[in-house]
Design a protein around this ligand. Structure first.
Ligand code: OOB
Length: 577
């Protein structure tokens, strides 16, 4: 099959560049996106510096497919090995885009994508990029509560799921969500569709695809590409609006730092929808460079090591608990890991002791990464001295990443002192999607994002993460907003109040402990009952409290502080405005 040119795909060569000075469009809210964006003078600066080059994801894939059609873009090893060349991925994206469009999915529409690490993930998101529809990246672990919220809040028109994954039937969940969400017209299923539509039935034939391509108007580079999920500190995840321009810049910068090129074979071990394995440098970084993304169905060493050996994987990204398990397993020497050149570790604090063991065990280089889906990503560098690599979380990608470290009053601290990390830059958002109230506190008046992280800066500019000021639990890289789980536990008829806190865990770094105060006369309630209640409400399993402890009062109420319950109801009424 020949390539179908899509006139609407803006590439630097094809024109359809953003308005010449980049001012008008970038200044206001991007039309139809409901999210604040960069003021014109910043957009101009980022374009002038060559950070924003007017690329779009659809255009990038088109260019790579033209430049090296037969190179392998994607490997999905399970259950039987499938590969996509750049040409095949490009064509699959076009045909699926045409099929989605024929079913009424249009530019700016939101589509919740909940897929595990399968090749269809890339086909679907590139198809949506081509249309200018926005994928909303759900995690495979998400359940009724999260998916219901994403679909309702974004007024999603479609939801893409696997049939059954990790023993869970996503078609049943999709049916329930569809019933509750009037906007949700379509459910597309990878595999056996049940009562829904098989994704395999969506793509149009080449003639239909060519007709669609001739009339379609794809997105502009400064427009939104997708909505990523925030780790969250509130009852529900905030959505992070990322543009083609800003995200592509973070890929290009990450690739330079990590040495990603056409020979890179990147193993996607963490869920592909997470920002880290997607873009630091991740599977999108590998595709940007013309390399290969190898999708790993499960993160355990037995599965991953076999793939590293067979596919000659050169690079991967891990959260600290996995890095620990891999380090131990590699010592057994059962697999040939000699192709592995670089392992990135991030998402949560990596202990210095564990970091020291990784390189000798895996026989490759270590790079620490401290990033956030809102934007800013820090890496240690390949030419850093080994001590810096094991003791710091790296420095920002861009010379235009602005870093402030401030005290509680918002004043800059002395060099080297601890403080709150604030940041602003060419790939850090200026506001969450449809959250004007929250944005007022999450960002400073001059556009710095309050990361909620406590850091100090080393003389060379590297940051060391020292703690957290946000109400969030980091369970081995998976983020939990205590408020979300507290609200669920509070709905239990026997519960008077609850407080979810982090407790140290040797393997995960942190796990969750729910302090529960029962109502008077509630009788005997077991910890397992509370956990079951949370699970049955339908949330990702990693959010179910690890430990439940029944108490008579929270420690802080005794010293005159406002109880968590009081704080929660105050926060609720503030958000209702
Ligand atoms: C990554 O992104 P998110 O959005 O899931 O979480 C961001 C938060 C940070 O604000 C920080 O609290 C924590 O995760 N974090 C780290 C860390 N990396 C992330 N804390 C300590 N040490 C680290 N190395 O987690 C993410 C996004 C892109 C690349 C890497 C991680």
């Amino acid at each position: 099959m020949t390539l179908t040119p899509t006139p609407a795909e803006p590439t630097p060569a094809e024109g359809r560049a953003p308005d010449p000075d980049g001012a008008a469009a970038a200044d206001a809210l991007t039309p139809g996106t409901d999210a604040p964006t960069w003021p014109a003078k910043f957009a101009e600066r980022y374009r002038a510096a060559g950070h924003w080059r007017g690329e779009t994801f659809g255009g990038i894939l088109r260019e790579r497919a033209a430049a090296h059609p037969d190179r392998i873009a994607l490997v999905d090893p399970a259950p039987e090995r499938r590969t996509w060349t750049y040409r095949q991925l490009d064509e699959a994206a076009d045909r699926l885009a045409a099929g989605f469009a024929a079913r009424g999915i249009g530019r700016g529409d939101r589509v919740v994508v909940q897929l595990p690490n399968v090749g269809e993930f890339a086909e679907v998101v590139f198809a949506l990029f081509r249309i200018g529809a926005l994928p909303v990246y759900a995690l495979p672990a998400h359940r009724d509560t999260e998916i219901g919220h994403f679909c309702a809040f974004t007024e999603a028109v479609a939801y893409v799921v696997p049939d059954v994954h990790a023993g869970f039937d996503h078609r049943v969940l999709a049916g329930k969500v569809q019933e509750a969400t009037p906007s949700l017209r379509e459910v597309f299923v990878v595999g056996d569709p049940g009562p829904h539509t098989a994704l395999a039935d969506v793509p149009l034939d080449p003639a239909g695809t060519a007709r669609w391509a001739a009339s379609a108007a794809g997105p502009l580079p400064h427009e939104l590409a997708f909505l990523q999920l925030s780790g969250g500190t509130t009852g529900v995840s905030k959505l992070i609006p990322r543009t083609h321009d800003d995200y592509v810049y973070s890929l290009r910068g990450s690739n330079e730092i990590c040495g990603v090129d056409a020979d890179t074979r990147f193993l996607v071990v963490l869920p592909a929808a997470h920002n880290f394995p997607m873009s630091s440098p991740g599977w999108l970084g590998a595709l940007y460079a013309g390399g290969t993304a190898v999708l790993c169905p499960k993160p355990d060493p037995a599965t991953a090591f076999a793939l590293i050996e067979r596919e000659r994987v050169t690079m991967t990204g891990l959260v600290p608990p996995l890095a620990l398990v891999w380090t131990e397993a590699a010592a057994r020497g059962e697999h040939d890991l000699s192709s592995l050149e670089l392992v990135l570790v991030g998402g949560a604090k990596y202990s210095e002791a564990a970091a020291r063991r990784l390189e000798p065990a895996l026989g490759c280089r270590l790079m620490q990464v401290f990033g956030m889906a809102e934007g800013l990503v820090n890496y240690t560098r390949l030419d850093d001295d080994p001590e810096t690599v094991v003791t710091s979380q790296g420095r920002p990608i861009s010379p235009d990443d602005e870093i402030r470290i401030v005290d509680d009053a918002g004043q800059d601290v002395e060099d080297g002192a601890f403080g709150h990390l604030l940041t602003r830059g060419p790939y850090t958002i200026r506001g969450y999607w449809r959250a004007p109230e929250h944005n007022r506190t999450a960002f400073t008046d001059d556009g710095f994002y309050r990361t909620g992280d406590i850091v100090r800066r080393l003389p060379g500019g590297h940051l060391v993460v020292e703690g957290r000021a946000k109400d969030q639990i980091n369970r081995g890289g998976e983020k939990i907003a205590p408020e979300e789980i507290e609200n669920i536990v509070l709905a239990h008829p026997a519960v008077h109040d609850v407080s979810l806190v982090a407790v140290p865990d040797e393997y995960l770094g942190e796990r969750t402990l729910a302090h529960v105060i029962l109502r008077e006369g509630a009788g005997l309630v077991k910890a397992t009952e509370i956990k079951r209640f949370v699970r049955e409400r339908g949330v990702a399993a990693f959010k179910v409290p690890d430990v439940v402890r029944f108490v008579d009062a929270f420690p802080q109420t005794g010293i005159g502080k406002v109880s968590k319950k009081g704080l929660r109801s105050a926060a609720d009424s503030a958000e209702q405005h």
